[in-house]
Design a protein around this ligand. Structure first.
Ligand code: BDR
Ligand code: CA
Length: 305
């Protein structure tokens, strides 16, 4: 069977890094490229971090650097969560690779327009690149098979009481994407917070005995050591959904982004109870089989160096 083509648009980022590894280790996926955006850290760092992960694992996937700031709002970063460099607070590989010369937005447009609707975009950072691409070339809306994004929440936020980081970092871009008509699977905090990392997960990752398993365990251990809260791998759900959708339960809903500049700025308002009687524009992830999710991640990382 032909492999499913995917592009990861990300702000690497600890869990973004694990999403890239998971995709590269998925036998049923063809990772065409990684496109980067400013988010957890500056775009120069999200690009370098993506390249580092790929170089460390001997993977030749091209990396395209994208937008360095949100469309409208002032920039926010998440260094408190991901560290100063956004990945590991130590060098684990000497970077010899560079990003491609083409901008991520023009790469996305060129590649999606050349395809026949056979590409899924996994978006694990702010949605700036996708919004720019949709505005510059609206016809890509018919060419994207699906956007599987990590962002938002039907319930509470993690950056403000109302908003999740990826959406809050560029709410106007999220509004463009959510209203684009492209089929969207939204992995919000309601689902991604179920991907809790515990000691047995770390032990099994180290037990893989390869670079991918130890890098993943080191990234997670550093996050656990630095923070007193539970660690989850939000972004990895996007890739695992494309590869193994049966692990997830979804519900079609109408969702829109709050762009008012009050306490709910950046909230993904999800009409779970169909109060608006509007057509659904996203499928929201609600439940995940966590044991099978982690078993799937480990199996995929075991195929890597
Ligand atoms: C999201 O925000 C980022 O810090 C993570 O990489 C993830 O994409 C979780 O809210
Ligand atoms: Ca991310």
């Amino acid at each position: 069977m032909a492999k499913q083509k995917i592009i990861i648009d990300c702000d690497t980022g600890k869990d973004d890094a694990i999403a890239i590894m998971t995709a590269a280790g998925s036998a049923d996926l063809e990772l065409l490229a990684v496109t980067t955006v400013a988010g957890n850290v500056e775009v120069s760092l999200t690009t370098a971090n993506s390249l580092r992960v790929l170089e460390y694992l001997g993977l030749k996937v091209p990396v395209y650097a994208g937008c360095d700031r949100p469309l409208v709002r002032d920039q926010i970063l998440a260094k408190a969560v991901h560290g100063r460099n956004g990945l590991l607070n130590r060098d684990f590989v000497e970077l010899t690779r560079s990003p491609e010369k083409e901008h991520a937005v023009s790469y996305l447009i060129r590649t999606l327009m050349a395809g026949d609707g056979d590409i899924v975009v996994c978006a694990t950072g702010p949605l700036t690149n996708l919004a720019m691409a949709l505005r510059l070339e609206p016809r890509i809306a018919q060419k994207i098979q699906k956007i599987v994004l990590m962002g938002g929440s039907a319930g509470f936020g993690n950056t403000t009481p109302a908003a999740e980081f990826n959406i809050y970092a560029d709410p106007e871009a999220a509004a463009v994407v959510y209203s684009s008509g492209v089929p969207i699977v939204m992995m919000g905090l309601d689902l991604t917070e179920q991907t809790v990392v515990d000691d047995s997960t770390l032990k099994r990752l180290r037990g893989l005995g390869n670079r991918a398993g130890s890098l993943c365990a080191d990234i997670l251990q550093e996050q656990i050591d630095q923070h007193a809260y539970q660690v989850q791998v939000h972004d990895v759900t996007t890739v695992m959904y494309v590869s193994e959708p049966q692990l997830f339960s979804l519900k079609p809903v109408y969702a829109e982004i709050d762009l008012s500049h009050g306490p709910c700025y950046g909230r993904t308002v999800c009409d779970l109870n169909n109060r608006y009687h509007k057509a659904a524009n996203v499928e929201i992830g609600l439940q995940l089989d966590c044991d099978r999710f982690w078993a799937g991640v480990e199996e995929r990382l075991s195929h890597l160096a």
